[in-house]
Design a protein around this ligand. Structure first.
Ligand SMILES: Cc1cc2nc3c(=O)[nH]c(=O)nc-3n(C[C@H](O)[C@H](O)[C@H](O)COP(=O)(O)OP(=O)(O)OC[C@H]3O[C@@H](n4cnc5c(N)ncnc54)[C@H](O)[C@@H]3O)c2cc1C
Length: 499
């Protein structure tokens, strides 16, 4: 006999979407009985470490959930706070052109200019979103600006959501100082004070109307224990909100089709990933790159014309090694220059396609079925060419092109870059493309024939099941997505008990 627990709302997943919807719901409805079921452990800032290998435990599949064709790997967190525990905190409002398309093509009319700007003013104030002062730029960020200026590429400053940042540079390992204003620092403490019940180590496999059956597991060593014994439970609620992220929300829906009587062919479809290349240039001497805040500037100069952003970045040793060219001894040689490396993150805007999807195989395992489109390949090649020119303009001696290129490109090759970095360089099964911004799979839209959820986040064909995470995005948002997820979560919370 299972233990039974009753709530008004159950939220599956404590990441950006889950913690935000919980925050707005419990602020608006003081007596609401809310539970959050989170599959990851309850880690706090004391659990975070500067050890790269140990930090892979915060992620699904140690940081890379690979596509079936091995073209791309997704980094997604499996810990309390979800992506907000490991994100860098780069804060973008959704571009107007994207919101216009969401309004006109998908009927998301609530995203008026006024609603969006008023809501994001509130969200950004709550999270202390601000520009970092230029005297915080490490040399990697300074050199990016110098190179871009020499090439006439305009650069803008990024906004970040931190308070009293200690410039440890370890954002993606979890913020040890608690400066990053993600769910662990902002929403979760509030929710616990308001009496929201949090159940970690609790993975939801499928849902039925008003019911979630789960096994609550023991907390891993050194993480916070649950307030209830481990074992099998039946959770009941008037509303169930799935906020398990793009990798998992569609899987839960696909596994629940029988229980919910769903026949929607769009579940798991129209995935966008923002395919990312991280590319390194080798400067003449050691530079400060892996110290200080990792990224302060970016360029959207090629966004409309060629479909990509360039952001500064710097990564730890293992990730940098993965992104660099060559194998064996050549690769070891290349990595000897780690401390001299400048780094740029190329973020391509991919178009959504029905065929790109999260699905489940016969064994019930998740499969990421995603193919880099020809448009994305063209965007990535152009972005590699521009980045290489920028590195040389900044004073680098050589540039390391990720993927199939065996040798670094040297300063003497600077006139040949467009010819050297061509389609031959993009062997997609060797090139380590990655993604930290999966979107789509439970598309929100007014037309059930091409969507999964209505404009209030409710899954079409269900009475009590909602989605609230990045899987709602109808198309790629083109920028770092967390503010847009929070915007949709605010809207869903505001309307959940109105109709
Ligand atoms: C390294 C990294 C850096 C990033 N940097 C930025 C940045 O600077 N700016 C930006 O805007 N975005 C950034 N992002 C992206 C951002 O973190 C994500 O877009 C965002 O977290 C997605 O929110 P979500 O609610 O969709 O899912 P998530 O935040 O991933 O939350 C999903 C939660 O559900 C839990 N869960 C999953 N399955 C189940 C289940 N079956 N049962 C119960 N719980 C489950 C997961 O453990 C997780 O806690 C970054 C991401 C990564 C990985």
């Amino acid at each position: 006999m299972k233990n039974s627990l009753d709530f008004d709302v159950i939220i599956i997943g404590s990441g950006v979407g889950g913690s935000t919807v919980a925050d707005y719901l419990t602020n608006e409805h003081k007596n609401l009985k809310v539970a959050i079921l989170e599959s990851g452990p309850h880690r706090t800032k004391e659990n975070f470490t500067s050890n790269e290998i140990a930090s892979t435990a915060l992620y699904y599949n140690s940081g890379a959930v690979l596509s079936k064709n091995l073209q791309i790997g997704i980094a997604a967190a499996n810990t309390l706070g979800g992506g907000s525990a490991v994100y860098t905190g780069v804060s973008f409002r959704p571009p107007k052109s994207v919101l216009n398309a969401w309004r006109y093509d998908f009927g998301l009319n609530f995203l008026s200019d006024d609603y969006v700007s008023t809501s994001l003013d509130v969200i950004e104030a709550d999270l202390s979103v601000h520009e970092l002062p230029s005297d915080w730029d490490n040399q990697n960020n300074q050199l990016f600006q110098a190179g871009a200026e020499r090439l006439g590429i305009p650069v803008k400053r990024l906004k970040i959501n931190t308070k009293n940042c200690q410039q440890l540079g370890l954002c993606n390992f979890g913020c040890q100082s608690g400066a990053k204003q993600g769910a662990l620092e902002v929403q979760i403490p509030r929710l616990l004070k308001r009496g929201v019940q949090l159940f970690c180590n609790t993975e939801v496999v499928l849902v039925a109307e008003n019911i979630v059956n789960v096994t609550v597991k023991e907390a891993p060593q050194n993480t916070v224990k649950n307030n209830i014994d481990s074992g099998n439970y039946q959770f009941k609620a008037k509303k169930i909100i799935i906020a398990a992220g793009v990798l998992n929300t569609p899987v839960i829906l696909l596994k629940s089709t029988k229980a919910l009587g769903l026949k929607n062919k769009n579940i798991g479809r129209y995935i966008a990933l923002h395919p990312v290349f991280n590319i390194n240039g080798v400067f003449t001497e050691n530079i400060s790159n892996n110290t200080g805040f990792p990224k302060t500037v970016y360029s959207d100069h090629y966004s409309d014309s060629h479909g990509f952003f360039l952001e500064t970045s710097f990564y730890s040793l293992g990730i940098t090694a993965k992104n660099n060219c060559g194998y064996g001894e050549l690769h070891q040689e290349v990595m000897k220059d780690y401390k001299k490396m400048m780094s740029i993150l190329i973020l391509a805007h991919d178009k959504v396609e029905f065929k790109n999807r999260i699905c489940i195989n016969k064994k019930g395992e998740r499969v990421l079925d995603y193919t880099i489109s020809d448009d994305s390949k063209i965007a990535l090649i152009k972005a590699l060419q521009v980045s290489a020119k920028l590195f040389f303009a900044a004073g680098c001696e050589s540039v390391l092109i990720p993927g199939s290129c065996e040798l670094p490109i040297l300063k003497t090759d600077v006139g040949e870059i467009d010819a050297l970095i061509s389609e031959n360089y993009l062997n997609l099964n060797k090139t380590p493309l990655s993604s930290a911004h999966p979107q789509g799979g439970s598309r929100m839209g007014i037309d059930e024939s091409n969507s999964v959820c209505d404009i209030y986040g409710k899954v079409y064909g269900t009475k009590s099941i909602y989605v609230c995470d990045a899987s709602l995005f109808p198309t790629s948002v083109k920028v770092n997505p967390y503010e847009t997820i929070m915007l949709l979560a605010k809207w869903i919370a505001e309307n959940m008990f109105k109709k």
